[in-house]
Every structure is written in structure tokens, then in C-alpha cells.
Design a protein around this ligand. Structure first.
Ligand code: AHG
Ligand code: MN
Ligand code: MN
Length: 331
């Protein structure tokens, strides 16, 4: 039996520095607290709205605020953490000037699932910090996803699972509620290139670009259309849950570009939703794109910027990309 602690200690890869190990441990310790609060549910008075909005104009749930505060407090007290950026905070919070790491997180992904007792998660991304001796600012965080030193998520589902990529490969751990240990359940997660399962919020169909409409039309036509086989939909309404399903059994997830709100080119946030999940998916053999460009190569201009996301089994992602490029050529 391998615990997370022994995995981080004994993993041959020297890129797991003591600083990374310490910050990852801090995040997973907070994950235990969030997991316990969720298990108590209504009894812990965590349900419902907090009565305020975040920087993106979204109503915050009590647990969004609570999870954010727990992570913020734990990470700013970690000597290796030079700064923290969160979905729930307008600006990054500077921490220890001698720290070598920056941490970004979505403290609670899938907030709308909390009150109905469905899966939610915490997503995080760890970047290097280069300006030791100085207080970190928002601009220190604006690094492409390909610079991430580690990324992962905690999924609070029927059990609590921790998925991690650090240096190479993707490992998965399950939280043992009796001992409080994260136990390794999968050492090298791999995603098949082909899939017949896809996730999309189809209620936005009329706002999508033509190639995305064509793609979904083809999947729905199934055996009777150009794809020649049937497809099946699955939608958790928490990206972290959909990404977890894809790491477990393959699939395609997309929150594509839409014209619903001209100020939002997509719903998901690049730095703490798309980048960490894209790194996990790529390291497991899948692909992640904004429909034409690799997500991990996007140079961010804002810590809260949004991006269209297409990720999962490689052949489906490549097919969607091909449709978008063909349409661009025809324009
Ligand atoms: P968050 O709860 O952190 O704001 O993110 C929710 C996101 C994402 O997890 C999910 O895939 C998507 O919103 C679902 O949105 P809709 O149900 O509005 O399509
Ligand atoms: Mn989210
Ligand atoms: Mn969130």
C-alpha cells in the first residue's frame, strides 16, 4: 500500500522538490477538511448562498467562500508559497517572499452541485516563482500552462479522490476516511485515443460556432450519420467530475466558445480550471485545445481570463480541431 506521503518521498523523479511536496501536502490536508464539511452537509451549515458575488459576477455559495478561506490561510502560511490566486479573489494574494512557488486554485468547482448533494471538487495549479525577495503580484502568475510544475484536483464524490501530475505521468489516490491517508490507487493513468462518450451543455447549442454545431449534430446522428456509430452523453455539471470520468474511462469534454455573452469567449477559466486539467489530460495521453490552439501554450493576460475548452480522448479532440480549421479555411 502506497500513501501519498511515501509516493512523494520515494518517487524516483527528482523534480518533486521538498517545496512541491510541502505545498501539495498542504492542499491535500485542506482537502480532508473540505471533504469532512461536505460529508456533514446541511448539518455543518455549509449549504446555500454567502450573499456576495465574486470578481466574475457570480453568486458565491457558502462553501465557495469557506473552501477559499481554508486554502488561502493554509497556503499563505506555507513557507514555500510566494503567492496565491483564486477564482474567488479579485487579485492574487502575496505570501512569503522567499517562497519558490505560486499556487492558483478553483476552491470549489461545480458550486451548483453543492446544494443537491452531487460531486464537487478543488482544482489547483502550481507555477514557479522567480522574484524571490519581492512580494508577488498578479503579473507573476501570468505564465503559460506549459510552465506548471504540478497540477491536480480533489474530487469530493462518493469517495474523495486526489489526482496529481508532478513532473510526469498522472497518479490517483483515494482518501481513506478511517485513517486520513491518501492511498495510491492508480500509478499511471492512461486515456484511450478513441471514445464514444461526450460531455457538453447542449442548451447552449444556438450560441455555438458552426463547426461545434456540426460536430454535435454528427454525434447525435450516430449510426445513421457520417460517424457510423452511436455516442452517449454524460454531464456532471462540475468540470472536475467530467475530467475525472475521462481519466477513468476516456471521453470528450467541451465547454466551447459561445456567443451568449460577448464579454465571455468561453465559460471556464484558463489559469485554474483549463490549465491544470489540460496538463493532467495531456500527461495521461489525451489532448486539450481551445478548438484550434493548444491550451497549455496560451500566454495569459489576466488571472481570471476565460477560454473555450475541448479536452479528452485524442482522436475526438483532433477531429473537433480539424472541423474548426476547415471552417476557418472556408471563411
Ligand atoms: P464553478 O462552480 O467553479 O463556477 O465552475 C462551474 C463550471 C464547470 O465546472 C462546469 O463544467 C460548468 O461551470 C457548468 O456550467 P453550466 O451548468 O452553467 O453549463
Ligand atoms: Mn470551476
Ligand atoms: Mn469555483
Amino acid at each position: 500500500m502506497t500513501t501519498l506521503t511515501s509516493y512523494l518521498d520515494t518517487n524516483k523523479n527528482t523534480e518533486i522538490t521538498p517545496a512541491l511536496k510541502d505545498v501539495i501536502t498542504t492542499i491535500t490536508e485542506v482537502g480532508k477538511t473540505i471533504s469532512q464539511l461536505l460529508r456533514k452537509g446541511a448539518l455543518a451549515d455549509i449549504l446555500g448562498e454567502a450573499g456576495q458575488e465574486n470578481v466574475q459576477g457570480e453568486t458565491q455559495k457558502k462553501l465557495d467562500v469557506l473552501a477559499n478561506d481554508l486554502l488561502l490561510d493554509a497556503l499563505t502560511h506555507n513557507q514555500h508559497c510566494a503567492g496565491v490566486a483564486s477564482e474567488e479573489l479579485d487579485d492574487a494574494t502575496p505570501a512569503n517572499t522567499e517562497g519558490s512557488l505560486l499556487v492558483l486554485f478553483d476552491p470549489l468547482d461545480g458550486s451548483s452541485n453543492i446544494d443537491i448533494n452531487m460531486a464537487v471538487g478543488t482544482i489547483f495549479s502550481i507555477l514557479p516563482y522567480q522574484r524571490q525577495g519581492h512580494l508577488s503580484t498578479n503579473s507573476d502568475f501570468l505564465q503559460a500552462g506549459n510552465q506548471q510544475l504540478a497540477a491536480g484536483y480533489l474530487l469530493y464524490g462518493t469517495s474523495t479522490v486526489f489526482a496529481l501530475t508532478v513532473a510526469e505521468g498522472v497518479a490517483m489516490f483515494s482518501l481513506d476516511p478511517d485513517t486520513g491517508d491518501y492511498i495510491l490507487i492508480e500509478n499511471d493513468v492512461r486515456i484511450d485515443a478513441d471514445t464514444s462518450e461526450y460531455a457538453i451543455n447542449s442548451s447552449n447549442y444556438r450560441y455555438w460556432l458552426a463547426p461545434m454545431q456540426q460536430y454535435i449534430d454528427e454525434l447525435i446522428a450516430g449510426k445513421t450519420g457520417v460517424r457510423g456509430r452511436d455516442f452517449n452523453t454524460r454531464w456532471v455539471a462540475a468540470m472536475v467530475g467530467d475530467v475525472h470520468r475521462i481519466l477513468c474511462r476516456g471521453g470528450l469534454f467541451t465547454y466551447p466558445f459561445d456567443t451568449k455573452d460577448p464579454n465571455k469567449p468561453g465559460k471556464l477559466r484558463l489559469m485554474y480550471e483549463a490549465n491544470p486539467t489540460s496538463l493532467l489530460i495531456e500527461r495521461a495521453g489525451g489532448a486539450a485545445t481551445d478548438a484550434t490552439a493548444r491550451i497549455l501554450d496560451i500566454s495569459p493576460t489576466d488571472i481570471h481570463q476565460r477560454v473555450p475548452v475541448v479536452l479528452g480522448s485524442k482522436n475526438e479532440v483532433d477531429y473537433i480541431k480539424k472541423l474548426h480549421l476547415q471552417h476557418a479555411d472556408n471563411d
